[in-house]
Write a protein that binds this ligand. Structure first.
Ligand SMILES: C[S@@+](CC[C@H](N)C(=O)[O-])C[C@H]1O[C@@H](n2cnc3c(N)ncnc32)[C@H](O)[C@@H]1O
Length: 199
């Protein structure tokens, strides 16, 4: 198998350092560059399975951490795991019931790929919008939001929407992303506050 999908250096590193997936290094890289998490932040992690971002987050903050995924997340000490679809009202209410004030929302969710590029892109951006709306609803003013997206159709529209809600927004491709992937992270800092649903 070639290096694009094979067991690359991040896979091996994650095994030896006890992380559940290589994705851990993406969040570590983002934190190093952008300092999105403070040491007492309460955090919601959307699309969190198998849980490597939650492992990283647990070392970054003493605050509450709630992770949600369609697939069950094996327990991580002092965190809450929810199984379900974060785009539904029921699961969103469940998340909120566990966490008093949300300082940071991170979202590494991606839909299952169908193989059709434009269909997959539309679904990914649709999921991004759902995560963004949830973040707008729960974040405290001044809070931060990090989301995985994919360069392509409708990306710039999503980015513009996020720019309207945060004072600082950057687009970042981590060195831990696989070569050739269009995966891109949007790092949005300093939430302006919720002013109702968009038009
Ligand atoms: C790349 S994985 C996340 C890896 C994770 N950040 C980690 O470090 O272990 C993407 C996850 O998004 C989840 N996902 C996709 N759509 C979702 C939805 N609507 N609700 C909850 N989870 C979702 C998938 O089940 C999958 O586990």
């Amino acid at each position: 198998m070639g290096s694009q999908w094979g067991k690359d250096k991040y896979y091996n590193k994650s095994r030896s350092e006890g992380y559940r997936s290589r994705a851990a290094y993406k969040l570590l890289d983002i934190q190093k560059r952008f300092g999105i998490i403070r040491d007492d932040d309460n955090i919601v992690d959307l699309g969190a399975a198998p849980g490597s971002w939650m492992q990283v987050l647990r070392d970054m903050t003493s605050g509450a951490i709630v992770g949600v995924d369609l697939n069950p997340i094996a327990p991580i000490e002092n965190t809450i795991q929810i199984t379900g679809d974060f785009t539904t009202e029921k699961i969103q209410e469940k998340i909120i019931s566990h966490i008093h004030e949300v300082n940071v929302v991170v979202c590494d969710a991606s839909p299952k790929l169908s193989g059709s590029k434009s269909y997959d892109q539309a679904r990914a951006i649709g999921l991004n919008h759902e995560a963004f709306e949830f973040a707008r609803r729960v974040l405290k003013p001044g809070g931060n939001f990090v989301i995985k997206s994919f360069q392509g159709e409708m990306f710039s529209e999503l980015l513009n929407d996020i720019r309207e809600s945060f004072y600082s927004v950057k687009v970042y491709r981590t060195t831990a992303s696989r070569r050739g992937s269009t995966e891109t992270y949007i790092i949005a800092k300093n939430f302006r506050g919720y002013h109702g649903a968009p038009d």
